[in-house]
Design a protein around this ligand. Structure first.
Ligand SMILES: NC(=O)c1ccc[n+]([C@@H]2O[C@H](COP(=O)([O-])OP(=O)(O)OC[C@H]3O[C@@H](n4cnc5c(N)ncnc54)[C@H](OP(=O)(O)O)[C@@H]3O)[C@@H](O)[C@H]2O)c1
Length: 438
């Protein structure tokens, strides 16, 4: 005979919440077996309780107060899928304070308040899981927390945002400009009505914060990762990448260097032969290099109702099993429930100014004697040397010069680009994209 159901309080029944309710219904038997007993949705909180929803919520108490759900006597596990920051924070804190395990898909919440919430979870001896917050169904947090828990990661590179990856893939494949590719992403449901967090790189930076805390076992404050997005990307950038043997991707980069931990988010040229170069459209991937494990690539759908709900369901089953096991044995949950916590060492951070990087530069210049010499003089003065150069023929007195530099200090490259931009013969703001080929 099965034990009595574990009762779930769900905050949010939108894209992911509805996906989860659907999976709990359609896979009831498998879920019950995996969880060691039945799970029952007892309460949900949504912003509009009277809204018609295309999932079966028969027998579920529906309200609009997330904290009331976190506080309810008939909730054993809280699942937060409402998004936002302050409102989910209050509810998640409340549940943890009461000793109720929490599962969330909220990268913003965990990036901004993860360490505090994890400490609270440990103090209360309850689980706090958030696999779906990074790469949705890709089991990257689980891998870092379990199989790779004792690994020393030297490099982590992620394509962590499906919207921007779709836009860059469309521009590359179809030669479309940025706004056309964004429209295509919206039409296919790969971009939200307001995609600014995706396009600015902020979404990738929040996910990198979560990954870097685990991969490098160190504190990474929210908002501390230097971030650039893909707004302003031009089809010529992607065409030039192809010409030199690269593709353009928005990357989250974390590397342990002798000078310190290098964390950054920006678009980058990566060699076409890299596995990450083959990650296209809405797909996400995380490339990891560990001292013992060598290279690994985790790949899959990083968003969407069912891929995200599947990751939440995985966390739910793990929490339910753990809870039942501990109840049966009369023991507290294992420390692995709050996996980001142990063994954190402060790690020196390498400032972006001091990162050494190669760069692609595209300059639109006037047909004027000595312009190339002026450009190379500005680069040379900043200690930046040119590895490759390509010049288009002049058309109507203007030409495009494309350069790839050797490795130089990031700050020096930016200074040189600013000096080049100020030259009278340079017609428009130079395009500059870093190359990542480690
Ligand atoms: N969508 C994805 O592919 C994806 C992927 C990975 C992670 N996530 C994360 O998953 C979370 C949910 O995303 P989503 O796409 O499912 O969002 P969504 O479709 O906008 O749904 C949000 C849900 O939360 C409810 N809600 C919002 N504010 C509330 C409040 N103050 N009180 C009570 N209920 C409230 C809404 O109620 P109403 O329905 O009544 O408006 C809605 O049901 C977010 O943290 C997101 O970052 C999403």
């Amino acid at each position: 005979m099965h034990p009595s159901p574990l009762r779930i309080g769900l905050l949010g029944c939108g894209v992911v919440g509805s996906g989860l309710v659907g999976l709990l219904g359609s896979r009831e038997r498998a879920v019950t077996d995996a969880a060691g007993g039945p799970l029952r949705l007892s309460r949900i909180a949504v912003r509009h309780p009277s809204k018609q929803r295309d999932v079966d919520l028969t027998g579920v108490a529906i309200g609009d107060d997330p904290v009331a759900v976190a506080d309810a006597e008939d909730v054993d596990i809280l699942i937060e899928l409402m998004g936002g920051l302050e409102e989910p924070l209050a509810a998640v804190r409340r549940a943890l304070e009461r000793g109720i395990p929490v599962i969330t898909a909220n990268k913003h919440l965990m990036s901004a308040h993860g360490p505090e919430l994890e400490a609270l979870a440990v103090a209360k001896g309850v689980a706090l899981r958030h696999e779906a917050s990074v790469g949705a169904v890709i089991p990257v947090l689980q891998s870092l927390d379990q199989g790779l828990r004792t690994e020393r990661c030297s490099l982590l590179v992620g394509i962590l945002n499906g919207t921007t990856n779709f836009i860059l893939s469309t521009m590359e494949r179809e030669g479309r400009d940025f706004s056309e590719a964004l429209d295509a992403a919206r039409t296919l449901g790969f971009a939200e009505a307001d995609p600014s967090l995706d396009l600015s790189g902020a979404d990738t930076a929040q996910k990198m914060t979560l990954l870097a805390r685990r991969a490098f076992r160190t504190d990474v404050p929210h908002g501390s990762i230097p971030t650039e997005g893909i707004v302003g990307m031009e089809p010529e950038d992607l065409r030039d990448a192809e010409r030199f043997g690269y593709v353009v991707k928005l990357l989250g980069i974390g590397q342990r260097l002798p000078e310190g931990l290098d964390l950054r988010v920006h678009p980058a040229f990566i060699p076409k032969r890299y596995l990450l170069a083959a990650v296209r459209d809405e797909y996400n991937a995380v490339y990891l290099r560990g001292d013992a494990a060598g290279s690994m690539l985790l790949y899959g759908k990083g968003a969407g109702a069912l891929p995200t709900a599947q990751a939440v369901l995985g966390d739910l089953i793990a929490v339910a099993r753990e809870r039942r096991l501990c109840a049966a044995n009369g023991t507290p949950p294992p420390a692995a429930s709050a996996p980001g916590m142990p063994h954190r060492e402060p790690e020196a951070r390498l400032a972006l100014d001091d990162v050494r990087t190669k760069v692609y530069l595209r300059l639109t210049v006037q047909d004027q004697a000595g312009v190339l010499a002026q450009i190379t003089q500005r680069l040379g003065a900043a200690g930046v040397s040119v590895a490759q150069m390509f010049q288009e023929p002049f058309v109507r007195g203007e030409a495009s010069i494309t350069l790839l530099t050797h490795e130089a200090r990031d700050r020096d490259v930016r200074d040189a680009v600013a000096a080049i931009a100020a030259l009278p013969a340079v017609r428009r703001a130079p395009r500059s994209i870093r190359i990542f080929d480690r």
